[in-house]
Design a protein around this ligand. Structure first.
Ligand SMILES: [Zn+2]
Ligand SMILES: [Zn+2]
Length: 563
């Protein structure tokens, strides 16, 4: 029978203090009675277990330096180091290792520290443990569950992808029930994990039965959640496919989605044309509906596929296509006398399309292994230099140089990351930031050109007595109804122009501050500059890129330092 320790009152106090994160009070309690460091509370947790569970680095440091033992076990045989691994805090793990944590200890289920890191879902903690050379990803617990089985049970796709990379884990390993990781994922309704595993093994794995004679599909059918229903539908389709085939990304759906905004807008404009005098009203109702269906779309094609959703890029194409069609098919037809305008507009629109092609094909500055930050060679370097764990990209497995960030949609680390542009379906970074700004300025010019000519066209039509000669407000409604094509495109171009003006302002502020919009922290640098200096900085960036900007800013900053 479990008996409460003698100093349980005092120990109760220390657990409360740890929960509140009150370090001074904890230290005071320990100094009054050091034996409380060995006291066990609920589940056999020591104060160090509790501090590790809360991820409180300072508190762990303080407990360890006062003599707390990182190898004491809870009722389930777990050490506080196991807890730190599950929390994924590499700093706490490092502190415990320095204070003698025994990495060989396993809990009562035979789970190693690596297994606890896998269950916690921290790739950086897993990588750190692997670097010690004391763990193998293929190690299993007493139920023969491998790291891959455990990752599948948490439905953590990123950990599964990490474990499958470089053949860290055997994808077909069986547990003591004869279940593969796919059985475990299906049992938990992990649609994305099942998709990832099947991409690796092909459909053959769907036909494997565990010791109870159940396939992954049978296990999915037993589940009651929406995710199980979604998975069952998917696996039913796949089970009839040839065994050596793998699930493919839906490229047909991708291109349909890409064309959807252009086609939908065309259908709406045709309906409006058939609506006669109600054309304007129909556009006023249907275009907001189309916009809401586009802007509420997910960023990926489906919950499990990796392809980014191209609907925003499709919207950009739709905007360009319909604006050009309206400009040359309606406005210019009645304004051919302005030959210079036609020539300029054709040249400018060709420039916009050329820039679009270039930006859609140019690498934004994706970082390869060779560009990993040379200051770090392993996770221990990060810990020793007190760097953020996020420096290690768990997807590319490189140490990110300053001002880099991983984009999950593009699945690359990007140097001088600015943002992922949904409308271009790619990142803006070191190698295309200047191009992006030039493209944005060219778009603003194109919008202005369209708006000026469209307004002039509408005014001309109205003045010519088109559809009613009076100037009262009531005469505008039927007029705009009849001229819905130009009027609708003018409204949409005006709204886009406002948004682009805000975007340009944000971009210019970042350029003046010598950074990108994502990393813009030191805005004061930009504010100290005069208007002339700010424009000079923007021009320098547009003409020479970031190198030119750095050269230009360096002497100014040096002078400021001397003063
Ligand atoms: Zn990355
Ligand atoms: Zn991206």
């Amino acid at each position: 029978m479990y008996t409460m320790p003698e100093s349980s009152e005092c120990a109760g106090d220390i657990f409360d203090c740890i929960q509140r994160g009150n370090i001074e009070q904890c230290v005071e309690l320990i100094q009054n009675d050091r034996s409380i460091l060995k006291e066990k509370g609920w589940g056999g947790f020591t104060p160090l277990h509790s501090a590790a569970l809360h991820g409180n680095r300072s508190l762990v440091e303080s407990l360890l330096s006062n003599g707390a033992d990182p190898n004491l076990v809870s009722e389930a045989g777990q050490t506080s180091f196991h807890f730190a691994c599950r929390q994924g805090n590499i700093y706490i793990m490092h502190q415990m290792m320095q204070h003698g944590a025994d990495l060989r200890l396993v809990d009562l289920q035979g789970k190693t520290s690596l297994h606890h890191a896998v269950l916690g879902g921290s790739i950086v903690a897993m990588h750190y443990l692997w670097e010690t050379g004391m763990f193998r990803y293929s190690d299993s617990d007493m139920y023969h569950l491998t790291s891959l089985h455990m990752a599948a049970s948490t439905s953590n796709t990123e950990v599964v992808r990490y474990l499958l990379r470089h053949q860290r884990c055997a994808v077909d390993a069986l547990d003591q029930e004869g279940a593969t990781a796919l059985h475990v994922a299906a049992d938990h309704g992990g649609v994305e994990v099942c998709w990832t595993l099947l991409q690796r093994t092909g459909y053959r794995m769907l036909h494997w039965k565990n010791h109870h004679g159940l396939t992954p599909l049978d296990l999915s059918k037993l589940g009651k959640t929406f995710r199980h229903q979604q998975l069952t539908k998917l696996l039913r389709l796949y089970i009839n496919e040839p065994m050596h085939h793998t699930p493919k990304e839906s490229h047909v759906l991708y291109y349909w989605t890409l064309l959807y905004p252009t086609l939908s807008a065309s259908v709406i404009l045709i309906i409006a044309a058939l609506g006669g005098g109600y054309g304007g009203l129909l556009c006023g109702l249907l275009f907001p509906w189309l916009a809401s269906s586009i802007f509420t779309a997910f960023h990926r094609m489906t919950t499990y596929q990796r392809l980014p959703n191209p609907i925003y890029l499709g919207t950009l194409f739709a905007g360009l296509f319909h604006t050009l069609l309206c400009f040359y098919g309606q406005i210019m037809l009645s304004m051919w006398s302005t030959g210079l305008l036609v020539q300029f507009s054709m040249f400018h629109f060709a420039l916009v399309l050329g820039l679009l092609c270039k930006i859609l094909t140019q690498d934004p500055g994706a970082l390869g292994r060779a560009e990993s930050d040379p200051r770090f060679t392993c996770i221990a370097d990060l810990v020793e230099k007190n760097e953020k764990p996020q420096r290690f990209c768990p997807y590319c497995e490189i140490f990110q140089p300053d001002h880099s960030k991983h984009c999950k949609l593009c699945d690359v680390c990007v140097a001088d990351y600015d943002h992922h542009c949904l409308f271009l379906n790619r990142c803006v970074g070191r190698d295309n930031h200047r191009l992006f700004l030039v493209f944005l300025i060219s778009l603003v010019t194109a919008h202005l050109l369209f708006l000026v000519t469209a307004t002039s066209y509408l005014n001309g039509k109205k003045a010519a007595g088109y559809h009613g000669a009076t100037s009262s407000w009531s005469s505008w409604l039927p007029f705009l109804g009849a001229e819905f094509w130009v009027a609708t495109l003018a409204v949409m171009n005006a709204l886009t122009l406002l948004w682009e003006a805000w975007l340009l302002k944000e971009q210019f502020e970042a350029v003046v501050a010598g950074t990108t919009t994502f990393f813009r922290q030191d805005e004061a640098t930009g504010r100290r500059r005069s208007l002339g200096q700010r424009w000079a900085a923007v021009l320098s960036f547009l003409l020479e890129g970031r190198d030119g900007l750095v050269r230009r800013q360096a002497p100014t900053d040096q002078t400021a330092l001397v003063i």
